[in-house]
Write a protein that binds this ligand. Structure first.
Ligand code: ZN
Ligand code: ZN
Ligand code: ZN
Length: 153
């Protein structure tokens, strides 16, 4: 389903509000990176975001995009999806945590609202005096169309 421009602006405003609240300046680059998600679809690679931002800021470097994405990820505004075909980023609702099904053939990525993290990991970490700050979990496999294309022969 296509997102309407109105919803996109709403998401952008919310993200900018979080940045402001955390004491970060809304630089033209930060705004442009966030706005670029609107033209890239749900999951955007750094390269895709760079292309969109360069339409309005031709001098912007890949490094600048990376630095901004790292900050946005630290603030929980974007989530990095680890994909064999190249990592992608998505804008997430504040405080929302979820995982992904990733197709290793075509890169199709779907969000799933199940988290495998449980108290057992925290206990193990605790025993070692380890303080948990996060985790990465993606499920790799074949999407429905790659599955029927590759396995039906
Ligand atoms: Zn696929
Ligand atoms: Zn997701
Ligand atoms: Zn999780």
């Amino acid at each position: 389903m296509e997102k309407s421009t109105e919803q996109e602006n709403d998401t952008l405003d919310k993200c900018l509000a979080i940045l402001r609240k955390q004491g970060y300046k809304i630089t033209p680059q930060r705004r442009a990176v966030l706005a670029a998600f609107g033209s890239c679809g749900r999951f955007a690679t750094v390269q895709q975001l760079l292309e969109v931002v360069r339409r309005t800021q031709p001098d912007v470097s890949l490094d600048t995009i990376y630095r901004n994405l790292t900050l946005l990820a630290e603030l929980g505004i974007v989530h990095e999806v680890h994909r064999p075909s190249g990592n992608a980023f998505e804008v997430v609702a504040p405080g929302h945590h979820h995982h992904h099904l990733v197709c290793t053939e075509c890169g199709k990525t779907e969000c799933i609202n199940i988290c495998p993290m449980n108290k057992l990991y925290e206990k193990e970490a605790d025993k070692r005096g380890f303080f948990v700050t996060g985790h990465v979990f993606e499920v790799y496999g074949l999407c429905a169309s790659c599955r029927s294309r590759l396995l039906k022969k």
